[in-house]
Design a binder for this molecule. Sequence first.
Ligand SMILES: Nc1ncnc2c1ncn2[C@@H]1O[C@H](COP(=O)(O)OP(=O)(O)OP(=O)(O)O)[C@@H](O)[C@H]1O
Ligand SMILES: [Mg+2]
Length: 258
Amino acid sequence: MSTEEFLMRYIYFALIVLSSSLGALQYLIPDDHPAKALLDEITATKKYSVFHDMETMTKAGFEYADAQPTTGIIVTRHPRLPGYIIKAYLDTQKYYSGRSEDYYWEKRAEGARLIQQAIDDYGFEHLLKVPQKWIYELPSAKSVKLPKNCYPKRSILIEDDMDIVSDEENRALWASPQATHELLYALHTVITKYRFRDCAKPANCPFSDDGRVALVDTQSFYKKKIGYSKLTKFLIPSMQQYWKSLSHVGVEGDQLIP
Ligand SMILES: Nc1ncnc2c1ncn2[C@@H]1O[C@H](COP(=O)(O)OP(=O)(O)OP(=O)(O)O)[C@@H](O)[C@H]1O
Ligand SMILES: [Mg+2]
C-alpha cells in the first residue's frame, strides 16, 4: 500500500469514528438537566460501577427489576429521581447482539426524537406522547479489574417516566372505546412514517394516566417490516377491521396515501 493510500484510509476511518461519536454527543444528558447532578451523586462509586450487578444496583437505591425478555435491558426507578426511569445493562450481562450498550442508547434516543418530530408534524400531541431520552455516562470505574465473565458498561439511559397504566389495564383499554379511529390513525401514521418495527405491540404503546398513548420502545426504526399485527388481536372486531385497512396505507412526506 502506498503512503498516500494509507493516509486516505486512515482519514476515512478517522472520519467514521468521529461522525459516530459526534452522533452520540447530541444525546448526552445536558449539565443543566434536573436529574444530572443527582445521577452524579447516586452513581458515584469507589469500587465497581453502581450498575455492576443487581446487588450493587439495589444497594444504590434503584428498584429491583428483572431483565426484559428480548433485549435484556433493566428498566428501573430511583426514589431520588421521581418522574424518570432508567434503562441499563449490568456488567454481569453480555452485550446484546454483540453490540455495546451505547449503540442501543443512541438508537433509542434517536428513535424518540423521530417520534416527537412526527407527533409535532401531524399534530397528534393530544393522542400520543414519547419520552425524552438521554445518555448518562457512568463515572469511570476506578481501575478495578472486573471478575471473569463480566462486560463493562459505560453508560445508562434516562427517560421521562410516561406514567403508564398496568399491563392488564392497557389491554382492557385497547379493547375499549378509548381505542378510537383517530388514535389508531395517529399511531399508524407515526410508526409508518419512520418504519418503527415494534411500536404496535401493546407493551410498547401503553395508555398512560393522562389518557394518551405513550411510545416507550423506540429502538427499531427504518425497518423493512413493521409489526402492525401485534396490536390487532387486542382490538374489538370493528377496530381490527379498521386497523387492518390502515395497514395498506403509506405515508409520503406529510401526505397519507390511500
Ligand atoms: N419511559 C417509560 N416510562 C414508563 N414505562 C416505561 C418507559 N420505558 C419503558 N417502560 C416500561 O418498561 C417496559 C420495557 O421497556 P422497553 O419496551 O423499552 O424494553 P424492551 O427493549 O422492549 O425489552 P424487550 O424487548 O426485551 O421486552 C415497557 O414495556 C414499559 O412497560
Ligand atoms: Mg418493549
